[in-house]
Write a protein that binds this ligand. Structure first.
Ligand code: 3Y8
Ligand code: NAP
Length: 248
């Protein structure tokens, strides 16, 4: 019987987990443990790092994993690199389940940057009111620009960040257009900073920014080396059943 290891942490990973459970597949969804109460899944889950490439390869051999699906977030570049190396080392076939980047559309006012460090520079010097929709891990980059007001949104309550003027919202997605419009208006936001995550779970803030005519500093995805990848749960199931990769 095959045994699928699913590296999770995205809406797509959760949808795949539900589909695998419905088929009675033997599968395990893996979380890093970044949040206090990760979503309950339809398949068993494990929480915590593996201990690098070697740890992940050893885990797959020990557990008899037959298929590795990387459905992690496009900014989770390290686990994706580790997954490729560990799959090769352990002789386990790998497939990535990804989602297309968001693209700028009519009415959008995007300022594309390569990383959060560049994003800080694009905020300008004049104090402005910024929705920093990047989560918690990269907030430190903005300590060098304390003159701005930052609206922050974390999944879990955390110690106040070293940003003198901020308001912290504790909420997890997926988010709605109505909710994002209300949030931007309530805090008189003048600019949004976002990662090009893609998918539906976090895109409402972009639609709200467009509707309000706000500029969006959009952080491009980190480079992830080429690997077999698909863009839907159905294509992952095809791969499991027929070894076919119907690319993105
Ligand atoms: C721990 C698992 C599901 C998956 C839901 C998706 C949608 C909601 C939108 C904003 C942007 C952000 C953040 C975000 C979204 C989905 C998806 C997505 C962005 C959970 C989850 C885990 C994490 C980790 C967390 C990061 C943070 C990033 C918040 C669960 C809820 C900003 C990314 O406090 C921390 O350390 C948080 C860390 C990595 C980025 C950061 O740098 O802070 N996600 N998010 C996963 C693990 O432990 O392995 O708790 O249920 C998953 C989801 N977050 O099944 O419904 O598919 O993308 N997650 C970004 O895109 O910019 C919020 O606020 O507008
Ligand atoms: P990362 O920087 O790519 O990975 C750093 C280390 O965290 C990895 O080397 C691994 O530790 C561990 N790790 C990461 N994802 C894991 C997983 N699913 N299962 C087990 N260990 C994992 O990771 P990240 O960007 O912090 O993302 C962590 C998690 O949050 C992932 O599940 C990702 O899908 C989710 N997420 C991230 C973002 C984001 O913006 N980065 C957004 C939404 C969701 P070891 O080396 O010890 O194995």
């Amino acid at each position: 019987m095959r045994h699928i290891l699913l590296l999770g942490g995205t809406t797509e990973a959760s949808a795949l987990a539900t589909a695998l459970a419905a088929r009675g597949e033997r599968a395990m969804l893996s979380y890093a443990g970044r949040t206090e109460a990760p979503r309950v899944q339809a398949i068993p889950t494990r929480v915590g790092g593996f201990g690098g490439v070697e740890g992940l390869a050893a885990y797959m051999i020990r557990e008899g994993v037959t298929h590795l699906v990387d459905a992690t977030h496009p900014f989770a570049a390290r686990i994706s690199a580790n997954a490729m190396a560990a799959a090769t080392a352990a002789g386990v076939p790998l497939l990535a389940l990804t989602r297309p980047e968001w693209v700028e559309g009519p009415g959008d006012r995007w300022i594309r940057v390569g990383n959060t460090g560049e994003a800080v520079a694009r905020l300008g010097f004049e104090p402005t009111r910024v929705f920093l929709a990047l989560g918690r891990q990269t907030i430190g980059d903005f300590a060098s620009a304390p003159q701005h007001f930052y609206l922050l949104r974390f999944v879990d309550a955390a110690a106040p960040p070293a940003l003198p003027r901020h308001h912290l919202v504790v909420d997890r997605g997926p988010f709605t257009l109505a909710g994002e419009l209300a949030l931007l208006r309530e805090h008189r936001i003048q600019m949004v900073v976002a990662k090009n995550a893609g998918g539906s779970g976090a895109r409402a803030k972009l639609d709200a920014a467009r509707e309000l005519g706000l500029p969006v500093v959009m952080v491009d995805r980190p480079f992830i080396p080429p690997r077999p990848q698909v863009g839907s749960v159905a294509a992952v199931l095809d791969w499991l059943d027929h070894g076919v990769v119907r690319g993105v």
